[in-house]
Write a protein that binds this ligand. Sequence first.
Ligand code: THU
Length: 136
Amino acid sequence: MENEKLICLALEARNKAYVPYSNYKVGAALLSKSGKVYQGCNIENAAYTPTNCAERTAFFKAISEGEREFEAIAIVGGHQEELTTYAYPCGVCRQVMMEFCHPEHFKIITAISMDNYVECTLSELLPNGFGPANLI
Ligand code: THU
């Protein structure tokens, strides 16, 4: 799947964000190796700590549907309707990616619009990450 299409699905997911506290809306679109896309948004909570990031919403939806292998994720985030900065995944989300994704191959696309994005690998964002391979 093209990056542009995945970004478009992340932008769509962002519209569903539940953010009464931060008003910072994030959307994610996760592409599995099977070719399916799982969309996620951030979901906040009055008690703050139960808040779930958009990326993890997408991962947990996919994992709970039986998916285990992933190719890429597109992420968009910002306060305003018009996005101005690239939204990179938080540390906890990077660690969740580490559980299910190949650090050198998994692609993270963070976008401002469909034609303004940067792409990197999980290992670039989480060098020397701790993952399942460490426990073999
Ligand atoms: N957030 C995400 O959804 N993804 C990230 O990687 C960083 C932060 C959300 C959590 C919270 O709802 C809001 O952004 C502000 O932290």
